[in-house]
Design a protein around this ligand. Structure first.
Ligand code: CMP
Length: 135
């Protein structure tokens, strides 16, 4: 077990439906500490930079338009195995395939409007935290 930090994003569909506190309480109940949190509205250029690992994917343009379509909440979560733990709490990318009681099963609408994003590796967690929380 090791203490890690990961980046979590509450996406526009969930912010719009007032689900921020519900989602935060799932993290807290599951021993992830919210070290920092801010509500922001990013530009499409910023979203394109953030998701550039997906630039070759057919859904890239739509993905970047979506993330910049409304306010989001970005958070640094800290805890034992935070990266894996957050991904387990989020559930599968496609809400239809997500396990019961995961955030995406509870709140996700579609593969695009899947309510949350979470870093998938230690390396990406560092980059993604730096992206939103550089001093
Ligand atoms: P996220 O974890 O934020 O990472 C990239 C996002 O692309 C993903 O969640 C989905 O919301 C979105 N996406 C859209 N279409 C697809 C797809 N076919 N496969 C994977 N991700 C997709």
């Amino acid at each position: 077990m090791s203490k890690e930090r990961t980046l979590s994003i509450i996406k526009p569909d969930a912010v719009e439906r007032n689900l921020v506190e519900n989602i935060k309480s799932i993290f807290i109940k599951n021993n992830l500490i919210i070290q920092d949190s801010k509500k922001i509205h990013i530009t499409k250029d910023e979203a394109s930079e953030f998701y550039k690992v997906h630039q070759s994917k057919p859904f890239y343009n739509e993905l970047c338009s979506y993330l910049s379509s409304g306010p989001i909440v970005v958070m640094i979560l800290e805890g034992e195995n935070a990266i894996k733990s957050n991904r387990k709490l989020m559930g599968a990318t496609n809400p239809k395939e997500a396990e019961e009681n995961t955030i995406r099963k509870l709140y996700g609408i579609s593969i695009d409007k899947n309510s949350v994003h979470g870093s998938d590796s230690l390396e990406n967690a560092k980059k993604e935290i730096e992206f939103f929380f550089k001093n």
